[in-house]
Design a protein around this ligand. Sequence first.
Ligand SMILES: [Zn+2]
Length: 317
Amino acid sequence: MNPIEQILNEFPVLIVDGAMATELENYGCNLNDSLWSAKILMENPELIKKVHVDYFQAGADCAITASYQATIEGYQERGLTESQAIALITKSVELATQARDEFWGAAADRSDRPKPLVAASVGPYGAFLSDGSEYRGGYAIGEEQLAAFHRERIRVLVEAGADILACETLPCLAEAKAIVSVLEEFPQVSAWFTFSAKDEFHISDGERIADCAKWLEQKSQVAAIGINCTAPQFIGSLIQEVKSASSKPVIVYPNSGATYDPVSKTWSEEPSAGAFSANSKAWHEAGADIIGGCCSTTPADIAAIASWARQGKPSEV
Ligand SMILES: [Zn+2]
């Protein structure tokens, strides 16, 4: 049984954490850099650990490591050696694991939550390019080169001891296929796959998410399928599309931002207090099993999920 299944056997919802970058900025970091939060792995690793602890305290059952934009090539372009880059990618997993172990060791109440997981972020090729193509697709390279791009970092993340891989913000099915082909070289490892989407039915490069889910459904190492880094108003429909093609757990961690006003029946771009709580509950009712937040979500948003997802006892098993 993979770590996600184990938790979902006991709890109706697995709560993923929120944005790393937003919290680092709240702590005063300047992330205006092509390495983004991966820069902070070099400069202030303790702060990354602190953000992980903040999210565990808010109720997250799963930390996503700061390796999204941490790649060997990216660090090498910054003048680091290959072994220095590998050490930093390893460190992203170590920081989350230390935060989890320290938090869990001191947790006042463990009765209504599982021991949190560490999910190693496998950011898309577009995040390394730092040109926005993770929201467009249209990569200039094919599946085989994408697999070559992902292989070494995945090996490092697995060897660092992550519980699961978070293959996230994928703009196209070809990148998911490339990562699955690499995963097959590590048969004991499971991973979730989340795409960036452009509307209610399609991932960023225009493919139907249902077709992506149908392909991933057959792969035993795929622990969950869904969407991240996408506007919240598309999520309800996207959940239904994934469910129409797959029986695997559905994962969503959208961006904060737009909120639905049921009176005017319009979406506002201004986040409102309580909106993430209401939205996330609706996503669960629509069929999402694993829920968290992506860009500009904060520990308050994760606490808002916990406020409805963790009321008293775990579900009956
Ligand atoms: Zn995001």
